[in-house]
Design a protein around this ligand. Sequence first.
Ligand code: PLP
Length: 362
Amino acid sequence: MQFIDLAAQYQHLKDKIDARIQTVLDHGKYIMGPEVQELEKQLSDYVGVNHTITCANGTDALTLALMVLDVQEGDAVFCPTFTFFATAETIAFEGATPVFVDSNEDTFNICPVDLEKRIEAVLADGTLKPKAIIAVDLFGLPADYIALRKIADKYDLKIIEDAAQGFGGEINGQRAGSFGDIATTSFFPAKPLGCYGDGGALFTDNDEYAELLRSYRVHGKGKDKYDNVRIGMNSRLDTLQAAILLEKLAAFPQELINRNKAAEKYTQELNTTYKTPVVPEGYVSSWAQYTLVAEDRNAEMAKYKEQGVPTVVYYGTCMHEQTAFNYLGYQVGDFPVAEKLAKSVFSLPMHGYLNLDANSEQ
Ligand SMILES: *Cc1c(COP(=O)(O)O)cnc(C)c1O
């Protein structure tokens, strides 16, 4: 049994993916070829936004979003401490200050109550200017955008939705990638929608942001890439990756159903033994991870290992405990919920071709 079985997916889609790759090899437009535009159109339709701008990876997508919002030195950007490093890294990379926020114990996502406390603390201190919130759809479950939007409006903050894990999730029928002022995702192979290398995208309804993003991703281009009107980056999605993603996106709705079936089965079997994932009313998770909470996680993971079932810890270290963020001066105990989660979570195998019936030896 594999934790994420990319080979099974490829076997399923092989003929279509191979044909798509061959088409690109034949036309030879490896950078910004027709498949890139085709994918951006289809992603916009799927997510339900006006604009999709693909880029080189999910980390660049976050950086580009921060550039568009003009985040800079002296700005505070609020993000969960229980997340993948890139969420916080990009804030610091832009010269701004990440301000960490504790998690909700049930959803694992950013806690709106703690967020408001941290915003008030930054305002009281007066050194930094609160600018934006990066909310993460952790493990596939959208963050509480209803509460977050109220807070953002109250304090005049922008929201970036980090949907690297959330692509395919929903709140009341609205899809992940459409909740922030700008949203980002990653096509890293292990994400819910992954390509065969690095890739990423941004989603927005804002025409001005979209135009800026298209400029920033190609060296701050104006009329063309030799007319440079601002400092940008080189962050494009390869045509080959776009071609692969077109076939993977076509298969994604069925894979999402399969993931949800697998998650339901896990929950039925395990909810008496562990704290199983909570999906609030009206929410759909894309199940980037199926994550359990156990007091003695090591013992539980060892039991699964004996049965040939791989498990992984996402994430064992909160952002405020990372060496790279020592300079921010946080203490152990500053984020009690997130710290507890980091010590007690572990994830089970999850992908779109998981057949739990065939593994009845579990
Ligand atoms: C994977 C991930 C990223 C970064 O995506 P890359 O494509 O690997 O750069 C950012 N945020 C979260 C929450 C992620 O899981």
